[in-house]
Structures are given as C-alpha cells and as structure tokens.
Design a protein around this ligand. Structure first.
Ligand code: GDP
Ligand code: ZN
Length: 371
C-alpha cells in the first residue's frame, strides 16, 4: 500500500468550464450528471482548450483508489446504497448524506461503474445537512463480484462474510447454486456461511445429508425459517458485529430473514430502499442496513444471476477442496475430470469418496456460467 503515488493525466472536461451554480453558492448543480469541483487541488495548464489536462497524484490499485485530498472538513462514511450517479452514505456518527461522486474519483476507477459501491469506506465533504460529495474511496477488502457484460461488477466491498441463502423449497433447493456462491465468496476472500431458509416447508431430516456434506467441507450451515423464526437467534449471533452480505436467488427469503433478524429494521428498510427508488436510473444492486446489535447486513435484491468473474475453467477444481487428494491420481496433469479414462476424481466419485452432487456441480460450472 505504501506505493509511490501514481500520476494520472486526465482530460479536463469541457462541461466543467462553465460552472452552473444557482441558489446558494455552496450548492451543486447536478443537471449534467457530473459533480462540480468546489475546491480543487488540480493544476490546469494554460495552453488553451485543446490541451486542458490535469495531473492527479494517486496510489491507485485494484478495487479502491486513493488520491491526495485535503481532509479538513471531510468525514468518513460508509456507502449504504448506490443508484445511478448518486449514493447514500452514513457517517460513523450515524448521519446520512445523499452524495454525488467527484468526477475524478470515477476517472481513477478502472471501471466507472465500480467507482463507488455499497460497503465502500469513503471520505465525504458535506455541502449541507443532507448532501455531500465523495472525495475519495478507501482501499477495499472482502469483495463480492460477478461478471456482467463481460466485465467485473463489484456488488459490495468491505464485507467479512457472505451468507449464502437458499430455500429448502419454493424455489427448490439447487445445491449447484450454493457451490457457485461458495466460489465467488472465496474468490473475493470473504468467509462463506450457508443458510437454508423455509425449512418449515420440508422435513428438516431430509436436509441432513446436505448439511452434513457442507459441514464436513468446513462451512458453517444454518437451517432457518423466516416464517416460524426457527434458527433466527443463532443466525443473529453469527451476524453480530460483522459486515455480512446476503446473497442468493430472488424469492428464497432474504428480505424476510433480514426483517426477522431485526424486527425494528422494517422502517429503516423502507427508508434506505425507498431512497434507491427515488432516483431515475435506479440500480438496486446492494443495500446495507446497520444492525442495532452490531454489524451490518447487506441485501442484494436486484441480483438475478451470479456469473463468476475471473475464474478460469482450470481453476474451478481448486475450489472443490475435497477433490484435492485425488487429483494427483489422474493420468494427465491437465485432467479436466470429465472424459479422461484414468481419473482420480472420477474414481473417487464412483467410490462415493466425493459426493456425486458436488461432482455434478463441478461439471455444471465447467460447462456453463449462468443460472
Ligand atoms: P427475497 O427475494 O430473497 O428477498 O425473498 P422474500 O423475502 O421477498 O421472500 C419471498 C417469498 O417467500 C415471500 O412470499 C415470503 O413470504 C416467503 N418466505 C420467506 N421466508 C419464508 C419461510 O421461511 N417460509 C415460508 N414458508 N415462506 C417464506
Ligand atoms: Zn481427473
């Protein structure tokens, strides 16, 4: 992290040359969709219109871009939700601001849609009691990303754990979806937990083989029912003081569980998600709700597909930890464990040393990357 500042040359945008301030001198004009610079530490060369560039010092690195900012008058906050070019942030003291993002912060991000994401720690410059500008995004850790349009889309940053929510029924339980979410969690260096909701709809004994399998693999598993509240107390303990993102297919009961975790959250849920509906270009990707008993829970309501980002086919077997002892028994070092005749993994599946559903899951992940 203590790298030398990187110098970035960015074009000075023409639309900034005309500043549009109406009302108060401190208010910002959002009509262009850009944030106006009120104070600048950028140098503009005086060579006329064609060569208006500014040099920015930054220690940019993957997932988070630091730039030198005058921190006086700024406050640290966390992003609760993003919608189009706006975001909602909450300071450490609990004050909320609707924010725009300084254009230079977008320019410095490798992908502008990932410039500010839910969960980001940011440095804000308040404009008034309700509005602020994001001056800087602090370096990130613990990401949940997916592939979208052939590019990385960071859904949430700075989380400690992912609660993978599936339902025992309605929609039916698909173990391969659990495996897909497990990979994305491990890829983002976030601890995965598994939650099987709607157990009121089945005989929980039927779930034992699956729970046993994941427990054996070392994953903490919760059986819950948002309807009867079974398992909710234990789940609350698992989430206490942690930054947790809930991920799973829609309809599995993520929002119902969140409301059970924190009954008083109902109102707050409406206030934060209500905010995300206010904007014109609403993208409800991830919404963070601070928990009264400590920690934050982040819902991902708009996510229908969880395509893996940046996981090569050959890498997939590495995420199936139970395959590892058998891979050296394969005849070919680049064995895909599919059509090859002498294959340690396939032999282990035949001998039920590897669970057949996990192997099927592996095959599914190898051949397609959706659903
Ligand atoms: P989300 O899309 O994952 O946020 O799912 P919702 O929380 O909106 O729930 C989808 C549907 O499942 C709703 O009709 C809920 O009432 C229902 N549901 C949620 N949890 C449970 C549960 O534990 N048991 C049963 N029977 N239904 C549930
Ligand atoms: Zn093999």
């Amino acid at each position: 992290m203590s790298k030398k500042p990187r110098k970035v040359r960015v074009e000075f945008r023409k639309n900034r040359e005309v500043r549009a301030r109406r009302n108060k001198i401190t208010s910002i004009e959002h009509a262009t969709g850009e944030t106006d610079d009120l104070r600048t530490d950028e140098r503009i060369s005086g060579k006329g219109d064609i060569s208006r560039y500014r040099t920015i010092k930054s220690s940019g690195r993957e997932g988070g871009t630091l730039r030198d900012v005058d921190e006086a008058g700024c406050v640290l906050a966390r992003i609760l939700a993003t919608a189009g070019i706006h975001c909602l942030a909450q300071t450490d003291e609990g004050r909320r601001y609707e924010c725009t993002v300084r254009q230079v912060v977008r320019t410095l991000a490798r992908e502008s849609r990932n410039a500010v994401v839910t969960g980001d720690r940011v440095l804000l410059r308040p404009i008034n009691d309700e509005q602020a500008v994001v001056e800087r995004v602090e370096p990130r850790h613990g990401l949940l990303s997916r592939a979208s349009g052939g590019k990385e889309q960071i859904l949430v940053a700075n989380v400690d754990q992912v609660l993978i929510v599936v339902s025992a029924a309605d929609p039916p339980l698909k173990p391969h979806l659990i495996d897909r979410f497990l990979i994305s969690a491990e890829k983002g260096q976030v601890r995965p937990l598994i939650c099987i909701n709607k157990i009121d709809l089945v005989d929980p004994a039927d779930l034992q083989p699956l729970v046993g399998l994941y427990a054996q693999l070392g994953y903490e598993t919760h059986l819950c029912s948002a309807a009867t509240q079974r398992g909710v107390v234990r789940l609350r303990r698992a989430l206490c003081d942690r930054q947790t993102v809930l991920s799973g297919q829609s309809g599995v009961g993520k929002s119902s569980l969140i409301n059970r975790l924190e009954p008083d959250l109902d109102l707050d849920t409406r206030s934060v998600s209500g905010w995300t509906r206010k904007g014109k270009h609403t993208t409800r990707r991830a919404i963070a709700y601070p928990l009264s008993f400590g920690g934050t829970v982040i819902d991902t309501p708009g996510i229908r597909q969880m395509s893996l980002w940046d996981v090569a086919r050959g890498e997939i077997e590495g995420y199936f930890i139970e395959f590892r002892p058998f891979v050296p028994l394969c005849a070919f070092p680049d064995c895909t464990h599919t059509h090859e005749e002498i294959c340690g993994v396939k032999s282990a599946v035949a001998a039920e040393l590897i669970s057949p559903p996990r192997y099927e899951s592996y095959l599914k992940l190898l051949t397609d990357d959706s659903d």
